[in-house]
Design a protein around this ligand. Sequence first.
Ligand code: SF4
Ligand code: SF4
Length: 250
Amino acid sequence: MSIFHALRVRVAQGTQFVADVRTAIPTGFRGRPEIKSTACGPDCEACVAACPTAAIKIDPVSIDLGRCVFCNECVAACPEAKIEFTAQPRMGGTSREDLVITAGAEERTRVRASEAFAKIFGRSLKLRQVSAGGCNGCELELGAIANVNFDIQRYGIEWVASPRHADGLVLSGTLTRTMRDAVRLAWDAMPEPRFLIAVGACAISGGLYDGASGVDRSFLDDVTPALYVPGCPAHPLTVVNAILDLLGVA
Ligand code: SF4
Ligand code: SF4
């Protein structure tokens, strides 16, 4: 390829990398929802009935981002237009409670920095991913955080091939019975200090498969995630920002 051809391709393609992942807003993305504080119609439970994952509760209306699959059915069902999905990718939490959105409390679902995590992992963080019954949606997006667009390596964060080299185990999928031992083996192989990140509705709550006969989430009875990253699938910007927020990166 001549230099002129290479330059022509470069001009045609423009800038591919996301220059500032902290402020980027993806187009056409269904991200952090907002709930208006206006009143519901009398006895209306249309959003609850429409939700496939029991993510919505009423009195007051709340959405659990750990269960939400961002399908938009609640928006279509609500006669009062109380719910709207913004394109904001920054959401997550260090506890399950932080993932529950109510009217006016959307900022609560932004990950708060941890001094301890910043001190230990702020300059170098190695991650190992295990798909425990995912559909490959979250897994594809997790792979993307290291591509040229999102380039998480610029922050000293990298995927590693072995759990023996990892600080954080990134779990996606609903945790099937057949993956129970593999998840445990990966976790047991990791050196201390180590922590768990649950990515996607499946890993956080079981998602659409919660309660299915092939699901065994007993690993999470012993190990509590330090970070929850919502989505179905989770957007790379949601993953990257949740990790950077936890590490206190500006
Ligand atoms: S967008 Fe989320 S809260 Fe709304 S119906 Fe779908 S899963 Fe339920
Ligand atoms: S959360 Fe959604 S995209 Fe991710 S593994 Fe589950 S079904 Fe697939």
